[in-house]
Design a protein around this ligand. Structure first.
Ligand code: HSE
Length: 307
């Protein structure tokens, strides 16, 4: 028997919600198939076979070991989500692996348990088990994940129809997320802390209430995005121009280099795209632009999709 899960890409942080907020988008999907095998391994184009070397394998190993399942699993990865571009590619593979295994062994794991195992997989890509991308990929939509003494995932409702424009620069940075996480300051002044809290709250309230002013305030960050600016120097110009063309808000997608531009019916998406393309080219960078809507969560092929 084999089980295939399909997992969406996601944008994490959304400006102020570092490691806590993320949204699943319908731009790209990974397919992850699990079945039993002689050895525990991962297969797929350009994927290391050693399960500890990739996010799906590491997530699967942690689940199997933790639950005392003594079986060898083969994981086949079909990557539809481009890697290393801040689109939650590593998280989606890990999310798909745990959702597929949950179905394969009939484990009945909760959303939090799925996220717990999937986030361990993220260590293979970034050196630390951050939960935001996997939470969005597993649950779909806009998610808030708290990782305090306990892990909790909340799916937040969005009260307005938004469209997303993803600017995807053609840049490849080795070990990008690992490096980007090392660039963040270890401590911050109280003023920055208090502003970040207000912005995160503003973003959540804005998305839930359909208030574009609150969203625009919330999609800003002076701590994480600023510290990583050397990785995406074009970002301030793209953001300024997109806001001038009435984007609702603009943020770095995950650890970059992609940029997430949130649009509504007042936004001039075509001008935003053209102007961003021009700005990227001034930095000597080519890029592509993908329009996206909000995606549902990871599902197992052949089973009804639940919310
Ligand atoms: N919250 C994570 C980060 C997302 O910004 O490092 C990485 O995709």
């Amino acid at each position: 028997m084999k089980i295939t899960a399909v997992a969406p890409c996601s944008s994490a942080n959304l400006g102020s919600g570092f490691d806590a907020l993320a949204i699943a988008l319908d731009a790209f999907y990974d397919r992850i198939t699990v079945g039993e095998s002689h050895t525990f391994r991962v297969i797929g184009d350009g994927v290391p076979n050693d399960p500890t070397m990739n996010t799906a394998g590491l997530a699967a190993l942690s689940l199997i070991e933790d639950l005392g399942i003594s079986r060898n699993i083969e994981i086949r990865l079909e990557k539809g989500i481009p890697k290393g571009l801040g689109l939650g590619s590593s998280g989606a593979s890990a999310a798909g692996a745990v959702v597929a295994l949950n179905s394969y062994f009939g484990l009945g794991l909760t959303r939090e348990e799925l996220v717990k195992y999937a986030m361990i997989g993220e260590s293979a890509a970034s050196g630390s088990p951050h939960p935001d991308n996997v939470a969005a990929s597993i649950s779909g939509g806009l998610t808030l994940v708290t990782h305090d003494s306990d892990l909790k995932v909340a799916k937040l409702s969005i009260s307005h129809e938004y469209r997303f424009l993803i600017a995807i620069p053609d840049i490849s940075i080795e070990n990008k997320t690992r490096m980007a996480r090392q660039m963040i300051p270890k401590s911050i002044p109280l003023n920055d802390y208090s502003r970040a809290i207000a912005r995160t709250a503003s973003l959540i309230a804005g998305l839930m209430q359909g208030d574009r002013d609150l969203i625009r305030i919330g999609m800003n960050d002076d701590v994480v995005e600023s510290s990583r600016l050397p990785l995406f120097p074009y970002y301030p110009d793209v953001k300024k121009s997109a806001l001038e063309h009435n984007a609702v808000g603009v943020a770095v997608s995950g650890a970059g280099p992609s940029i997430l531009i949130l649009c509504d019916e007042l936004s001039d998406m075509e001008s935003i795209r053209r102007s961003a393309e021009l700005i990227l080219s001034k930095y000597g960078i080519s890029g592509r632009f993908v329009e996206a809507g909000i995606s549902g969560g990871t599902y197992v092929e052949g089973t009804p999709i639940s919310d």
